[in-house]
Write a protein that binds this ligand. Structure first.
Ligand SMILES: C[S@@+](CC[C@H](N)C(=O)[O-])C[C@H]1O[C@@H](n2cnc3c(N)ncnc32)[C@H](O)[C@@H]1O
Length: 321
């Protein structure tokens, strides 16, 4: 029996059959990689290497003391100060020479622009490499053209990784600025001729339209914020809208799909909450739901067991078996 939901018009489906197998917790770890490393963390901050730059930013999860001496931290190229009087690059301090707003980065062999934003982000969430590598491997191993939907796609690095691996990509984000940045990244990556549709739209509206149009995808990535707005002020509330979003995304999967990957940052929930929601969404579809956390491991010369893990987000993914 369909159940009415408040908010968006589409009705939430219920599915018969058994729940997919579940595996939790699964911890997907990103270690130091060319282009990125977590050098140290502690005292509510993290020290990271993004391409040529060492950057210090706030990190609420880093409850422990720092391991490296103060000189390593003060030797950073950019420190996020969060100066409320300032906007953009004014919210960053430069202990050595003032940096420009952007710099070239490379992860998983994809070039893109790092940028010092006033929200302390730098245009990429490196812990997502765990999902991107998984996706790129699946695309490369498939013997058919793959279609990828990247919802809440931000600066498009996941879209570029998918395109580089050979997929046809649909990228959706509500922010014009983010789409412009993503297109600049496409140019820097030399992927202008790759089949990527850049769509500035409200995620919920877009997927409901795709469902009606019958467009389907082999891999869907969705990285919704806790709260967001569409281009026309549409409100996205994760706790209110996620069940319906996943339900629609299930319908958007091709008959022989490769996976549905959800990441959730900054929410007061356990990975079990999104794990059970994903299993319920995929009831009757078989397969396996894996859920847990994305973590980044500190890199340090010496004993790897001495490197601490920084928790970044929750994830849940359904994969057919
Ligand atoms: C990458 S996601 C989340 C980023 C990160 N995971 C976090 O929570 O800090 C953020 C993106 O979602 C986009 N966004 C927010 N609300 C949206 C909506 N209603 N429809 C489509 N995109 C939206 C934003 O423009 C932004 O680029």
């Amino acid at each position: 029996m369909p159940v009415e939901t408040s908010g968006p018009a589409r009705i939430l489906n219920t599915h018969a059959g058994s729940l997919p197998d579940g595996r939790a917790p699964v911890i997907l770890e990103t270690a130091s990689t060319p282009g990125y490393s977590l050098i140290d963390s502690g005292h509510g901050e993290k020290l990271e290497q993004y391409g040529p730059y060492r950057i210090v930013r706030p990190e609420a999860q880093a409850l422990w003391p720092r391991r490296l001496p103060a000189s390593a931290w003060s030797n950073a190229d950019a420190i996020f100060t969060g100066d409320t009087e300032e906007d953009g690059i004014g919210r960053w301090a430069f202990p050595k020479t003032p940096l420009g707003e952007t710099w070239p980065m490379n992860l998983l062999d994809v070039d893109f622009w790092g940028r010092l934003t006033s929200f302390r982000h730098v245009g990429v969430f490196p812990e997502q490499i765990a999902h991107w590598q998984w996706m790129a491997d699946r695309i490369a191993a498939s013997r058919r053209p793959m279609k990828v939907l990247n919802l809440f796609g931000y600066t498009g690095v996941a879209s570029l990784v998918a395109a580089r691996a050979g997929a046809e990509v649909t990228h959706v984000d509500a922010s014009k600025k983010a789409i412009v940045w993503a297109r600049e990244n496409q140019a820097l990556a030399g992927l202008e001729s790759s089949p990527i549709r850049w769509i500035c739209d409200d995620a919920m509206k877009f997927i409901q339209r795709e469902e009606r149009r019958g467009n389907r995808y082999d891999i869907i990535l969705t990285d919704p914020p806790k709260f967001g707005r569409g281009p026309n002020g549409e409100v996205w509330q994760l706790f209110e809208h996620l069940p319906l979003m996943l339900d629609i995304l299930r319908e958007l999967l091709t008959p022989q799909p490769t996976g549905l990957v959800l990441t959730a940052y900054s929410i007061r929930a356990s990975f079990y909450s999104i794990h059970e929601l994903m299993r319920e969404t995929m009831r009757g579809a078989g397969g396996l739901v894996e859920s847990g956390e994305l973590i980044i491991r500190e890199s340090r010369d010496g004993d790897p067991a001495d490197c601490r893990a920084l928790s970044t987000s929750l994830f849940s993914r359904w994969i057919p078996t």
